[in-house]
Design a binder for this molecule. Structure first.
Ligand code: AP5
Length: 226
């Protein structure tokens, strides 16, 4: 099967992580979520975490030069030779250009960029009710995907917390940052014919079904060009 090099794009809270976990199970490809990588670095108090924390807490993006190397190393690793799923990267035009350059060096290209489309109002509803597993980042929602036991992760029994950047004033800032810095990537990838839109306001199972159908179409298109 041809390699599948995929990007999940979309505003904060659009469901990239929710769909990324499902895709990871379906496709068995390495899944690199820059938010998770950075939060783990903050928790472990590494140099990366120390340089990222203040930006994340404010709802700003960490500088491009901090994050680009982190992803470039992973794409270049043996585990990613059949493909990868990126969530939360790229988020700026310089990051997208750096990704193109890296893939080009490796003789590879993106197979698809899935834009999970949701409105700002839906983002605010989703992030306001999100609960995240402290130990492993599993995601729930008090209304849309409630855990079986209040405040406890169904998967590993860890406490569920509200992320520091899910406070209302930070959510607003993250949305502003998305519109200013990340939304230009929609036309960037549309112009390169790799963008596919997913209607993200449906229930998670239906969004997952759209993602599966979109990937099947992308694979057929890839097969026709081989
Ligand atoms: P990151 O963790 O990537 O945050 P984000 O992009 O803002 O995305 P989220 O994790 O908040 O949301 P999501 O789309 O994954 O939605 P989820 O599935 O959880 O980044 C955090 C920070 O790190 C950034 O602000 C930045 O500072 C830094 N950073 C990361 N990458 C960077 C980069 N490349 N460059 C620079 N800085 C970077 O779903 C949300 C909620 O909705 C959940 O509660 C879920 O249960 C619920 N839900 C999901 N789908 C549905 C549905 N279909 N219907 C109803 N509810 C749903």
């Amino acid at each position: 099967m041809p390699e599948q090099n995929l990007v999940l794009l979309g505003p904060p809270g659009s469901g990239k992580g929710t769909q990324g976990e499902r895709l990871n199970e379906d496709l068995r490809l390495p899944y690199y979520a820059t938010g998770d990588i950075l939060r783990a670095a903050v928790r472990d108090e590494t140099e990366l975490g120390r340089s990222a924390k203040e930006y994340m807490d404010r709802g700003d993006l960490v500088p491009d030069e901090v994050i680009v190397g982190v992803i470039a190393d992973r794409i270049d690793s043996n585990e990613a030779r059949d493909g990868f799923i990126l969530d939360g990267f790229p988020r700026t035009t310089p990051q997208a250009e750096a990704l193109d350059a890296k893939l080009n060096d490796l003789g590879r290209a993106l197979s698809g960029v899935l834009l999970i489309d949701v409105s700002d109002e839906e983002v605010i509803r989703r992030l306001g009710g999100r609960r995240t597993c402290e130990a492993n980042g599993h995601v729930f929602h008090v209304e849309f995907e409630p855990p079986q036991e209040d405040g406890v992760c169904d998967i590993d029994g860890s406490p569920l917390i509200v992320r520091d950047d899910d406070k209302p004033e930070v959510i607003r800032k993250r949305l502003e940052t998305y519109h200013e810095k990340t939304e230009p990537l929609v036309s960037y990838y549309d112009e390169r014919s790799v963008l596919r839109r997913i209607a993200g306001e449906a229930v998670p199972d239906e969004v997952a079904e759209q993602v599966r159908r979109t990937l099947a179409t992308l694979r057929m298109e890839q097969d026709e060009t081989v």
